[in-house]
Ligand binder design. Structure first.
Ligand SMILES: Cc1cc2nc3c(=O)[nH]c(=O)nc-3n(C[C@H](O)[C@H](O)[C@H](O)COP(=O)(O)O)c2cc1C
Ligand code: SF4
Length: 487
C-alpha cells in the first residue's frame, strides 16, 4: 500500500439509495447491447485474484464458491481473475495454458450460471507475465546470482583475483561502494529482486514474445470458449507483459517498441490471433491503462490513441484501469517479491481512504471520459468500463448520465458486498455493507493469502459447513443475504 503525498482521510459516502421503482428506471439497471456484448444491466465486477486455485492452477471448490458468491448478487458481468495462458508452474494462480484445465473451468461456468439465474455474463481475464524473483539475501545474490564480468573486475581493480574472492569481497562492500561496481540492473536485482522486462531482447524468450504470444493467447481464448465463458478480457493493464509493450518505457528496436504505433502492434496482433481463433461472434475486449502513472510511462494521450486502435480492430468493450506498475514499487523485504501496488502508481490503481485532496473515489472517471470522447469523436460506439472507488448508486448513475463511461466497474465494493447489485435493484440499498477502502484485502493479496474482506470474514464462523481460510480464522465468502420479502 503506497502513502500518497498528502494524508487526508476521506470517508466513503454512497449517498441515498433508490427505491425499487427508481432503480428499475435507472440507467445502471438498464440493458446494454453492443456487438457481442449483451448485458442485462450496466454493472461489472472487474477481475480480482483471490489466491484460491490449487497449487497447480486448477479450479477447485474454493474458486467455485468465490465466483458463485459474486454471481448471486447478479451483476451485469463478472470477470474471472487474471488467468495464466502458459503451461508453467505459477502457484495458486488460475491457469488456462492447457486443455486439462477445461473440465474445471466448465464447472466454474456452470456454478456461475446457476447462481446468477443466467443473468450475469461471465468473462475470464487472460494474462501473460514475465519472471520476477524474490529479493535475495545479499550473500546469496553475490554467491549465486550475479554474473561476474570483466567490468566488475576492472571496477574493483581485481583482474588477478579468483571468482570466489571477488564474490566474497562484493558481499562485504557497503552500498555506496557497490554503486561504483554494479550497473543499474544489477543493483535493482540486488535491492528489489530480478525482474525481466520486455526490453530484455538479449534473452531469447523475451525477443520471441511477438512470435509466441499471439498463439498462446489464441489457444487460451479457445479454451475459454470451450469451457463456456461468455467472453474473454485480454489483460493489457498494470505491471504485466502486454501493458509493458504498450508502455512508453518500451524501447524495443524490433518494430514492437518506441513510437506508440509500434507499442500497440503486439496487442493488436494478439487480438487478431484471438479473434481468428474464437470467431467473430465471441465477446472479446481488453483491460488497459488510462495512464501508467509512472515517470516516463504512457499518458492519457497514448491511451486515447490505443483505445481508437482497439475499437477499430473490432474489440467489443474496453475496460480502463490505471497505474499498478513495478517501476515505482516499494522495496520488498528479503525473501519477498516486489508487489506492483505499493508505489504511487499502485495507489492510483487501488486508491484508499488516506489520500490526497482528490480523494480515492472515482479518480479514473475523468481520464476515462476523455478516452470515451476520443472514441466517440472517431466514430466508435464501443462501451467503456470505468472502475476505481465507485460505490454509490448516484455516483454510478451520474457517470452514466454524463456519458463518462458506459459500464460501472466495482471491484472492492463487490468484494465487501457481493449483493450490492441485487440489494440496490430490489430497493434494499440501506442493507449494503459499504467498502471502507482501507485495503485489508489488498494486503492479503500482497502476501499471497486467500483474499477476504474485513467487513465479513469473522462473521458467523460457526455456520454449518463453512469453509475457512488456511489459517482457520476467516470465512472465505460473504454470508448469504436473503431479500426480506423473499425470506
Ligand atoms: C484483491 C485484488 C485483486 C485484484 N486482481 C486483479 C486482477 O486479477 N486483474 C485486474 O485487472 N485487476 C485486479 N485488481 C484491480 C481491480 O480489478 C480494480 O481495478 C481496483 O481494485 C480498483 O477498483 P475498485 O476501486 O472498484 O476496487 C485487483 C484488486 C484487488 C483488490
Ligand atoms: S477489505 Fe473489504 S472493506 Fe476493506 S477495502 Fe477490501 S473490500 Fe473494502
Amino acid at each position: 500500500m503506497s502513502n500518497p503525498s498528502e494524508r487526508i482521510r476521506h470517508a466513503p459516502n454512497p449517498g441515498a439509495w433508490p427505491t425499487r421503482a427508481q432503480a428499475g428506471k435507472s440507467r445502471l439497471f438498464s440493458p446494454l447491447v453492443h456487438g457481442n456484448l449483451r448485458l442485462a444491466q450496466r454493472s461489472w465486477i472487474p477481475a480480482m485474484v483471490p489466491w484460491r486455485a490449487s497449487d497447480d492452477g486448477f479450479v477447485n471448490r474454493d474458486v467455485i464458491d468465490w465466483y458463485a458468491r459474486f454471481a448471486r448478487g447478479r451483476p451485469g458481468a463478472l470477470v474471472v481473475e487474471a488467468t495464466g495462458i502458459r503451461d508453467i508452474p505459477s502457484g495458486p494462480l488460475l491457469r488456462i495454458g492447457h486443455d486439462r484445465y477445461i473440465p474445471g473451468l466448465k464447472k466454474l461456468v456452470c456454478a456461475v450460471r446457476e447462481a446468477s439465474g443466467g443473468e450475469t455474463r461471465l468473462l475470464i481475464q487472460l494474462i501473460d507475465f514475465l519472471t520476477i524473483r524474490r529479493r535475495p539475501a545479499p550473500e546469496k545474490y553475490f554467491a549465486r546470482h550475479l554474473q561476474l564480468t570483466g567490468r566488475h573486475r576492472r571496477a574493483l581493480g581485481a583482474e588477478t583475483w579468483n571468482e570466489s574472492r571477488i564474490r566474497s569481497h562484493l558481499a562485504a562492500l557497503e552500498d555506496a561502494a557497490l554503486e561504483q561496481v554494479l550497473d543499474a540492473r544489477e543493483l535493482e536485482s540486488l535491492r528489489m529482486g530480478l525482474r525481466e522486462r520486455v526490453t530484455d531482447t538479449h534473452l531469447p524468450g523475451i525477443r520471441e514474445l511477438p512470435r509466441r504470444l499471439p498463439g498462446l493467447f489464441a489457444q487460451a481464448a479457445r479454451r475459454a470458449r470451450e469451457s463456456g465463458f461468455d467472453g474473454v478480457e485480454l489483460h493489457y493493464a498494470h505491471a504485466y507483459t502486454m501493458a509493458s509493450f504498450l508502455s512508453a518505457l518500451n524501447t524495443r528496436a524490433d518494430g514492437y517498441g518506441g513510437a506508440r504505433e509500434n507499442r500497440v502492434r503486439l496487442p493488436l496482433e494478439v487480438f487478431d490471433a484471438v479473434r481468428s481463433e474464437v470467431g467473430g461472434d465471441y465477446l472479446l475486449g481488453c483491460r488497459f491503462l488510462s495512464e501508467d502513472c509512472i515517470a516516463g510511462g504512457s499518458t492519457l494521450s497514448d491511451a486515447r490513441y490505443f483505445a481508437v486502435c482497439f475499437a477499430r480492430a473490432g474489440m467489443d468493450f474496453l475496460s480502463l484501469s490505471r497505474g499498478g506498475k513495478f517501476e515505482d514499487a516499494r522495496q520488498p523485504k528479503i525473501g519477498q517479491a516486489a508487489y506492483p501496488y505499493t508505489g504511487p502508481s499502485g495507489y492510483e490503481c487501488m486508491p484508499q481512504v488516506i489520500s490526497d485532496r482528490r480523494g480515492p473515489f472515482g479518480r479514473n472517471v475523468e481520464p476515462v471520459a476523455e478516452i470515451r470522447n476520443a472514441l466517440r469523436a472517431a466514430g466508435f460506439a464501443i462501451p467503456v468500463v470505468v472502475s476505481g472507488g465507485i460505490h454509490g448508486f448516484h455516483q454510478a448513475e451520474q457517470i452514466l448520465a454524463l456519458g463518462q463511461a458506459d459500464i460501472i466497474g466495482m471491484a472492492r465494493q463487490a468484494l465487501a458486498d457481493p449483493d450490492w447489485f441485487l440489494k440496490v435493484r430490489l430497493g434494499f440499498g440501506g442493507e449494503i455493507r459499504v467498502c471502507t477502502y482501507t485495503n485489508y484485502c489488498e494486503g492479503l493479496d500482497q502476501k499471497h493469502k486467500q483474499v477476504t474482506c474485513q467487513l465479513w470474514d469473522r462473521l458467523n464462523l460457526e455456520e454449518a459447513g463453512l469453509r475457512r481460510a488456511k489459517e482457520g480464522r476467516r470465512r472465505l465468502t460473504a454470508p448469504a443475504w436473503v431479500p426480506p420479502d423473499a425470506g
